[in-house]
Design a protein around this ligand. Structure first.
Ligand code: TRP
Length: 332
């Protein structure tokens, strides 16, 4: 099992980033050989501020390590430092079809009505994503639901390339997506219908990975709820988005599920549930915040970790890149 996944570097990391993607990666480290990278090349498909991209790349690397990505066990790097990603993308651009890319819902959403003004990188973004995983013969790719279509495209590209250039052999492995069952959708603490987001103007809406214990307890105490006690069954959460969110967060942090949490807290009010949630959150996040706050100051350590990962990744990518050039008849 070879696991490969990427995440776009963003700043202001919060509980949603942790429970949505990062924690899932941490768990995968025990299940197979893992490569995790910061998709900094994907980040330039939309307007960006260069200095922020650099800072966010380091910030995200520090967060991943603080959350438990072990750079001795897994390969952690940023795309830019492994040129094979860009090279492979160009090679796959010959296989990907305009029609396939035109059907990508993320392209349609992000380009909106102004397709003529969108960057070419936004359009070919899924080809780079295919290169990211095919380069390493990934067997499994943990992603959120929104990336499933891009993974299917990677399989289509792999299959067509194998047919066109493989001479009866498979150059690329067809990767399987892994969509975590408890793909925790963490919502705002102020509005249970909006995703927890770094761009929400209210800091009370989210738990940052840098928040200390007092801040976390206060944010949970002030989190929006309704006056009813918690139900004992899942159905009872229907139409109560804030209650559902807090119970979901509890379940995700505890590594259990909503039914179990409701079996424990059903019939009790938020006066009981909120302190329990706050304490669970503090005990789960405090060690992460401590490591994160220390590591994010240490630019040299972060850069060294990324360089080490890039060297390992480049070596793992080389054989497939060589075979791909050769299969296409490109003289090197
Ligand atoms: N596009 C992914 C996202 O925005 C990030 C990503 C880039 C990725 N390359 C990848 C995920 C390869 C999985 C595999 O979430």
């Amino acid at each position: 099992m070879r696991v490969v996944s990427g995440i776009q570097p963003t700043g202001n990391l919060h509980l949603g980033n942790y429970l949505g993607a990062i924690r899932n990666w941490v768990k995968m480290q025990d299940q197979g050989e893992c490569l995790f990278f910061l998709a900094d090349l994907h980040a330039i498909s939309q307007p960006h501020v260069p200095a922020e991209l650099t800072a966010n790349t380091r910030e995200m690397a520090a967060a991943l390590i603080a959350c438990g990505i072990d750079t001795d066990k897994s390969v952690l790097f940023n795309q830019t430092q492994v040129p094979a990603h860009s090279q492979m993308q160009w090679l796959l651009n010959g296989t990907a079809r305009m029609g396939w890319l035109n059907r990508m819902t993320q392209w349609k959403d992000k380009a909106g009505k102004n397709r003529e003004g969108a960057s070419v990188a936004l359009f070919t973004y899924p080809v780079l994503q295919a290169a990211d995983v095919l380069l390493y013969q990934a067997t499994h790719v943990p992603v959120g639901e929104d990336q499933k279509q891009h993974l299917e495209l990677a399989r289509d590209i792999a299959q067509k390339f194998n047919n066109d250039f493989g001479n009866g052999e498979a150059i690329f492995t067809l990767p399987e997506p892994i969509i975590p069952p408890e793909a925790a959708r963490i919502m705002s603490l102020r509005d249970g219908t909006a995703k927890m987001s770094k761009s929400d103007p209210s800091d009370m809406s989210r738990i940052n990975l840098t928040d200390d214990a007092d801040t976390i307890m206060q944010k949970i105490r002030k989190a929006k709820t309704d006056p009813e006690p918690l139900p004992s069954e899942k159905d009872g959460l229907a139409g109560r988005p804030e209650a559902e969110n807090l119970v979901g967060i509890y379940a995700a942090l505890e590594g259990s599920n909503v039914d179990k949490v409701l079996a424990q807290f059903g019939g009790q009010g938020f006066g009981t549930f909120k302190p329990a949630l706050g304490e669970l959150m503090v005990s789960s996040l405090a060690p992460i915040a401590e490591r994160f706050n220390a590591l994010r100051q240490d630019v040299a350590a972060i850069d060294a970790a990324l360089r080490k990962g890039a060297t390992k990744a480049g070596a793992l990518a080389a054989p497939t890149l060589d075979r791909t050039y050769a299969a296409m008849g490109l003289l090197r």
